[in-house]
Design a protein around this ligand. Structure first.
Ligand code: TXA
Ligand code: MG
Length: 308
């Protein structure tokens, strides 16, 4: 892949209008642009451009069978993709959108079969971020966007993280400040008879069950192609343990409120892993903690990072 110049532009600067306009122009020209969302930064392309979507897979080194989430500005747009919208969709959308939940539904057969990695389902999300929203409204088109990291790395929660991974591979990164949530959206499958959670996130199982009025289990047989891949891993080896050892060039990470090591929480876990890599740490001792164990979404990401 040939290298290109990557611009990193803050949307907070006085030329913010032109930054978003530039992003819209590039997207219209079938380019990819990294944009902030409330969960993590996304690498966006126009829904209607398969050319641009191919560029997403190339820039990230993403396996071709892993489908992209379609970001829409408003739940009412779902009818463009879905023939029969279940009542449970309306309940979740009303309760949690805009926000960190992605809903999987059966998609219209008339849509190009090359979309959604060839699956007969589609993943929809309305993000809660003004920059992402302004761009979708300016384009008048949905945006497909995976997290804007190299495949296998921790997701990016700042524009600098995106630059670290994708400098030279994409033309533009819009800096909208750090992501407020810091881990990826909860993914809920409504494409089969019983709703289930494919990926835990900031919207919890209990919150989803309260809205749907039924039990919503974590999927036993997970239909998300993404979950089988190496994920969220720093270069350093990560060990989950009660007590830290004395390995040289190691670092202790602990959940907020724990007096040992460097503290993290949901919004700073990925940043802490990336920081350890920048500091060329070989081994991270991540301390177990009862409060941390209760955070299903955080533990899911940590356990995947440990496996590698
Ligand atoms: O918070 C987020 O969801 C971020 C921001 C940018 O929106 N995006 C994100 O995208 O995390 P990505 O591509 O890193 O993760 C999407 C997950 C993957 O595990 C993928 O396999 C799954 O959603 N997914 C997408 N479409 C699917 C479908 N039709 N059926 C099952 N799983 C699907
Ligand atoms: Mg990802």
């Amino acid at each position: 892949m040939t290298s290109m110049k990557t611009d990193l532009i803050s949307v907070k600067k006085s030329f913010s209008l032109s930054a978003k306009a530039l992003a819209i122009q590039l997207l219209k020209n079938e380019e990819v642009v990294a944009i902030p969302t409330e969960t993590v930064y996304g690498l966006a392309a126009c829904f209607n451009s398969l050319v641009a979507q191919k560029k997403i897979y190339e820039a990230k080194g993403r396996p071709g069978d892993n489908p992209l989430i379609v970001h829409i500005p408003d739940a009412s747009m779902a009818k463009e993709f879905i023939d029969e919208i279940p009542a449970s969709f309306h309940l979740l959308a009303k309760a949690f959108w805009p926000g960190p939940i992605t809903i999987i539904l059966k998609r219209k057969k008339s849509l190009s079969k090359d979309l959604c990695a060839g699956l007969d389902t589609i993943a929809l999300r309305v993000p809660k971020n003004k920059v992402a929203m302004d761009i979708m409204r300016g384009l008048k088109e949905p945006l497909v966007a995976p997290s804007a990291n190299l495949s296998g790395k921790p997701s990016p929660t700042t524009a600098g993280d995106v630059y670290e991974d994708l400098n030279g591979k994409i033309p533009l990164i819009l800096d909208g400040g750090p992501s407020t949530i810091g881990i990826e959206s909860t993914v809920v499958n409504l494409s089969s008879d019983h709703p289930e959670i494919l990926r835990p996130g900031a919207v919890t199982k209990e919150e989803i069950e309260a809205v749907l009025g039924c039990s919503v289990p974590y999927a036993v047989k997970n239909i998300s192609p993404g979950v089988k891949y190496r994920h969220y891993a720093p270069n350093a080896r990560l060990i989950l343990c009660k007590e830290a050892g004395d390995h040289p060039n190691s670092r202790i990470l602990s959940y907020e409120g724990n007096s040992r090591g460097i503290n993290f929480n949901a919004s700073t876990l990925y940043a802490s892993l990336r920081e350890a890599d920048r500091d060329k740490i070989d081994l991270i001792y991540l301390l177990t903690d009862d409060r941390l164990s209760e955070n299903v979404a955080l533990m899911n990401r940590i356990e995947k990072a440990v496996q590698n």
